[in-house]
Design a protein around this ligand. Structure first.
Ligand SMILES: NC(=O)c1ccc[n+]([C@@H]2O[C@H](COP(=O)([O-])OP(=O)(O)OC[C@H]3O[C@@H](n4cnc5c(N)ncnc54)[C@H](O)[C@@H]3O)[C@@H](O)[C@H]2O)c1
Ligand SMILES: O=C(O)C[C@H](O)C(=O)O
Ligand SMILES: [Mg+2]
Length: 466
């Protein structure tokens, strides 16, 4: 159960209602008043802002019970989440002040022209004389936003702004949301290529599969800056990090476990690939129609690739059939598709990562009594397995060494670095993955990624601290 903090602006007619009636109405339905502000005092009527902590399940009831109360007018209901989004979440600030004409002639015309000419003569100077060395475009077409689906580019913006905010706060990367009003693969590739000169890297976000695979592959081949589809690789890296530690907690080994991955879209495909690279020998990929099986024929190119892998099982069935005796369930599909009854038929010491956002495949309250290790993608429960642990540090490292790409070695190094932040003495069922606020995460990922980039010939610069 998640708790929200909401602010209600109420106009009270004191001839019909006392504040005590309001307080009782709120607490009777489970709300907890945390503060009261008098906005407009008055003899007969007054306006007050009441801040209430309330579970999301009874939020509507609290508001409705106040609407029913004679003498109360609910002027406005605003929750703090919406307030935090007013006017957007990010902004751009200049690095130096322009106070007089002398300053102006340096940062703007005529001085700027000499700098332009220098870049024209030596294009690599874009890295030293513009923002390119520190910028990432967070590009979406709004087709697979969280688990909300195809909600369009404008509605996707709050997620993209959130990613940009976290890039800056966690890794000092200047990221900018780019929400494209097109679903056409060729057009997306063309636009991203056209805007690429000012960016040091491209983070593709919430673009649905299978188009996301072609868009990423083509851009990687045609541009010389790192292209990283966060939902694929950020997710796979953090899953591997969490799994390394979860397996240590339950005393099982990567090459002995049977893993069910539910939802073989952007995240699911990349997770499956990385599980195989990490040594998993029994893999069951499952999508809406059931298990994707070895030897099967699929029009989806990545499903066909999976069907050709020797580690993929050949037994068909729906999720409820194939979940039997699984050691690990990884969900990157939709909220609520896994039942407690399904979980109880898994092997002993089971691990469940229910990572659909915002609603996981199974609610923590239902799953926790049935499993040994449980994780979700959300920030309001322990063990948050979310790609936010990956994208800031991986891009920090890639930008600092001017990597051409983010390859498999760099991703595996990032996964190991995240897992290693949790020490042997700290690791337990409720702590398999470090917090994103743990500063060792970004610095550890950055270092591991730069080392791997240098070792695999991807870096174009050795950072001074190396
Ligand atoms: N925690 C994280 O860090 C994280 C990262 C990426 C994605 N996600 C979540 O994972 C989900 C998928 O994201 P994506 O980017 O891969 O989207 P996507 O649209 O590319 O893929 C979703 C896949 O799930 C399948 N699916 C839908 N309903 C299903 C069901 N009932 N059973 C089995 N499969 C089903 C779809 O057919 C599709 O193949 C979303 O909820 C997203 O929020 C979480
Ligand atoms: O945005 C998130 O919280 C994680 C992930 O990128 C998702 O699409 O769910
Ligand atoms: Mg995403």
């Amino acid at each position: 159960m998640a708790f929200n903090s909401i602010i209600l602006r109420l106009e009270l007619d004191h001839r019909h209602v006392h504040f005590g009636n309001v307080a009782s109405a709120i607490s009777n339905v489970g709300g907890d008043i945390t503060s009261i502000d008098v906005i407009r005092p008055g003899q007969d009527t007054s306006v007050r802002d009441i801040t209430i902590q309330v579970s999301d399940q009874v939020e509507a009831q609290v508001v409705e019970s106040l609407r029913q109360l004679p003498g109360v007018q609910v002027v406005n209901v605003s929750d703090r989440t919406f307030l935090a989004h007013l006017g957007g979440k990010i902004s751009i600030y200049p690095k130096l002040p322009v106070k007089n004409r002398d300053d102006l002639s340096r940062v703007y015309t005529p001085g700027v022209a000499r700098v332009c000419t220098a870049i024209h003569e030596s294009p690599e100077k874009a890295y030293s004389l513009t923002v390119k060395r520190n910028t990432v475009a967070v590009v979406t077409d709004g087709t697979a936003v969280l688990g909300l689906g195809d909600i369009g580019p404008a509605a996707a913006a709050p997620v993209m702004e959130g990613k940009a905010m976290l890039f800056k706060q966690l890794a000092d990367v200047d990221a900018f949301p780019i929400c494209l009003d097109t679903k056409d693969t060729e057009e997306i590739i063309r636009i991203v290529k056209a805007i690429s000169p000012i960016f040091g890297g491209i983070n593709l976000e919430d673009i649905s599969s299978p188009r996301c695979f072609e868009i990423e592959q083509r851009l990687s081949a045609e541009l010389d800056i790192p292209i990283f589809h966060d939902d694929q690789h950020g997710t796979a890296v953090v899953v591997i990090a969490g799994l390394i530690n979860a397996l240590m907690v339950v005393g099982k080994q990567m090459d002995r476990i049977r893993v069910v991955v539910n939802g073989i879209g952007a995240a699911g495909v990349s997770i499956c690939k990385m599980l195989l690279a990490a040594g998993v020998t029994r893999l069951v990929p499952v999508d809406r129609e059931g298990a994707i099986i070895r030897g099967g024929k699929y029009s989806h190119p990545m499903w066909q690739w999976l069907a050709e892998q020797p580690q993929v099982e050949d037994k068909s069935g729906k999720l409820k059939d194939v979940i039997q005796d699984a050691d690990v369930f990884i969900g990157v599909s939709r909220g609520g598709v896994l039942s407690g009854e399904d979980v109880s038929r898994m092997a002993e010491n089971r691990i469940v990562f229910a990572m659909a956002n915002p609603d996981p495949e199974i609610r923590p309250e239902e799953a926790l009594p049935l499993v040994r290790v449980f994780a979700t993608g959300r920030s309001d429960y322990p063990n948050q397995i979310n790609n936010v642990l990956v994208f800031p540090g991986i891009f920090r490292g890639a930008l600092d060494c001017r990597a051409r790409a983010i390859n498999e070695s760099m991703k595996l190094a990032a996964a190991r670095a995240i897992a290693a932040v949790v020490s042997d003495s700290e690791r337990n069922e409720h702590y398999i993955i470090p917090s994103l606020f743990n500063e060792q995460v970004v610095s550890g990922v950055r270092k591991a990624v730069i080392e791997a980039a240098i070792a695999t010939g991807q870096s174009r610069r050795i950072p001074p601290d190396f």
